[in-house]
Design a protein around this ligand. Sequence first.
Ligand SMILES: Nc1ncnc2c1ncn2[C@@H]1O[C@H](COP(=O)(O)OP(=O)(O)OP(=O)(O)O)[C@@H](O)[C@H]1O
Ligand SMILES: [Mg+2]
Length: 260
Amino acid sequence: MSVAGLEICELSKSFAQGRRQVPVVRDFALSLREGEFVSLIGPSGCGKSTVLSIVAGLAEASAGEVRVLGRRVTRGGPDRGVVFQAPCLLPWLTARENVMLAVERVRPGASRTIQEWHAEQYLAMVGLASAGARRPAELSAGMRQRVALARAFALGSRVLLLDEPFGMLDSITRAELQDLLLELCGREPRTTLMVTHDVDEALLLSDRVAMMSAGPAATIGGIVEVPLSRPRARAALEDPTYAALRAQLLDFVEAQPIPA
Ligand SMILES: Nc1ncnc2c1ncn2[C@@H]1O[C@H](COP(=O)(O)OP(=O)(O)OP(=O)(O)O)[C@@H](O)[C@H]1O
Ligand SMILES: [Mg+2]
């Protein structure tokens, strides 16, 4: 049997609240095949970002472990690229220089010209071929998130972790970036775990959608396979299978109690 791209094994996390330890996530288990795209949906505050930051190595689990291609990981590393809701670009660097940070890491021995060429390739891949010299403040929110995606792909990580990457964008820009991510993942498949509140976004992009129950002690409440063929485009949302899946996910979301 082949090794999973990403395994999250019986993960639990508690936070101290005064003297008490409050369990936020308990026995969360999920395994992604290499190259698989899985979305994680669930009520606000249930612990989705907590799970993602533990997988990224930015927070410590109270119990359980995370494996990338069969190897246990305990700290952050370039094998896991992360894109958050707000793009984390360095404001004093240009778009190209922000992408260069990833290229330099992956190709430390290459000449500056070669590194810049690669950075340009990734900028072009996200539709920003002519914006490389601009600083984040000179880019729109959608363009900044494009740079963040270019940097994540330039890092060449086997695993991509996305926490509501398009949550702060207007609906048109959001749809454009969903299409872009669909194209990028088609071109350079990565094992991807994406947190989202948007059921349509989850279905459009994912091979499976994992539904997280409301906390405390939240865990996976169910998993839905998305049998829409690939390569996929927005037209997949017209597929009759789609409406049934959408209803199933919405039923789950609506059945969850509102967190205290
Ligand atoms: N560092 C922390 N210290 C204490 N409690 C925390 C910490 N981080 C998160 N929590 C608590 O853990 C719970 C889950 O938070 P988390 O941010 O993971 O939820 P989420 O599912 O990502 O929510 P949203 O959908 O609103 O982004 C919340 O009750 C939150 O208050
Ligand atoms: Mg969150």
